[in-house]
Design a protein around this ligand. Structure first.
Ligand SMILES: *Cc1c(COP(=O)(O)O)cnc(C)c1O
Length: 387
């Protein structure tokens, strides 16, 4: 039997799914700006018939992302929400979903306001507590949706343990791996069925494109998802695919620097007198440090900070930063700051945010790949305004 050596992450990031263009030798995958493809005879195609169904630039991206996650099949979408929406189409009215209780706000909204009216029931639990998960299962439970690290509290749940518990019951697991990226963590290898991404974030990496993806191993599951992808039509255009494909080429290098900078910033913040708590999975003080260490290569680029401050003061700090830009989103080369309770997580009712431990004094940092000294100097000048 021929054993094929699997190339390392960086080599796959740059090459997987891509061949020099056979007609010209162009080293970069062309942006196939076409809606349709000429057929030799009815239904006699070269594998492509209509660009909602498939497009060669998208195929290259899908294969690249599958390779990075260590999966068999990739599916690209017009946004992370279109990807997650596609997964929910696997369910039926009356089915039950268990979801993490500090999910991305858009996912929460999709479950709570859009799918609830079609008779899909969701229980939100703290998935870092396996007993809460066990207690939430019902005979009708079909899917567990999780994020790790979560947004914005950066809690880490045990992917292998959750996948094992779900498998035993025939329940599917979907892990949103947007925060960790495939460079840091591979949920499929730990037993999850579906990996979801907002490629808008680290995979694109340059804040210039909105996109999403799903990666699976099972061919039948891929078939179903591809059917919904084509039926609902939330597919990305070729230029967007090209931009994400360009982003993934440097994912490993960017992630190394994101992680280094985030750790430096987290350590500095931890010793600051006006900081109540720093939440960073790479710090020993993080409640889920041991789980993060077990399943992640490093702590990631996101740092959340609970300030000893009122809401108004927290907003003031967020607005006084100069190198960090005040904006939603994350994962780009430039540093961003977010005040979750008034921005990204405002759609979650205040009582529920409180229950999940999301305080008004919390700010979330997407630590970019600038020089760490400049990031710290910036945080220093903004925090001085609290005195
Ligand atoms: C941004 C984000 C999404 C949604 O992705 P879009 O590309 O904005 O649609 C989903 N999950 C997580 C964790 C995200 O950060």
């Amino acid at each position: 039997m021929k054993s094929e050596r699997i190339p390392g992450f960086g080599t796959r990031a740059i090459h997987a799914g891509q061949e020099p263009d056979p007609t010209t030798g162009a080293i970069m995958t062309p942006v196939f700006m076409t809606s349709t493809y000429v057929q030799e005879a009815p239904n006699q195609t070269k594998g492509y018939d209509y660009s909602r169904t498939c497009n060669p630039t998208r195929t290259a991206l899908e294969q690249n992302l599958a390779s990075l996650e260590g999966g068999q099949h990739g599916l690209a979408f017009a946004s992370g929400m279109a990807a997650i929406h596609c997964v929910l189409n696997l369910l039926q009215s009356g089915d039950h979903v268990i979801a993490g209780n500090d999910l991305y706000g858009g996912t929460y909204r999709l479950l709570r306001t859009l799918y609830a009216k079609f008779g899909l029931e969701t229980t939100f639990v703290d998935l870092t507590d396996l007993q809460q998960l066990e207690a939430a299962f019902r005979p009708t439970t079909r899917l567990v949706m999780l994020e790790t690290p979560t947004n914005p509290l950066l809690r880490c749940c045990d992917l292998a343990a959750i996948a094992k518990s779900c498998r035993k019951r025939g329940v599917m697991t979907m892990a949103d791996n947007t925060f960790a990226t495939p460079y840091l963590q591979n949920p499929l290898a730990l037993g999850c069925d579906i990996v979801a991404h907002s490629t808008t974030k680290y995979l694109g990496g340059h804040s210039d494109v909105v996109g999403g993806a799903l990666i699976v191993n099972d061919a039948e599951l891929r078939q179903k998802l591809a059917h919904f992808q084509n039926s609902c039509g939330g597919t990305p255009g070729p230029m967007d695919c090209f931009l994400v494909l360009r982003g993934t080429k440097t994912l490993h290098i960017r992630m190394q620097r994101h992680c280094e900078n985030a750790l430096t910033v987290a350590r500095w913040l931890e010793s600051h007198p006006r900081v109540a708590r720093v939440l960073y999975p790479g710090l020993k003080s993080h409640p889920n440090f041991s789980i993060a260490k077990k399943q992640m290569r490093a702590g990631g680029g996101m740092v959340s900070v609970e300030l000893q401050a009122t809401v108004a003061q927290a907003k003031k700090v967020a607005s006084s930063l100069r190198v960090f830009s005040l904006a939603e989103s994350l994962g780009g080369v430039e540093s961003l700051v977010d005040h979750p309770t008034s921005m990204t997580h405002a759609s979650i009712p205040a009582a529920e945010r409180k229950r999940a431990g999301l305080e008004d004094g919390l700010i979330r940092l997407s630590v970019g790949i600038e020089d760490a000294e400049d990031l710290i100097a910036d945080l220093d000048q903004a925090l001085r305004r609290l005195k």
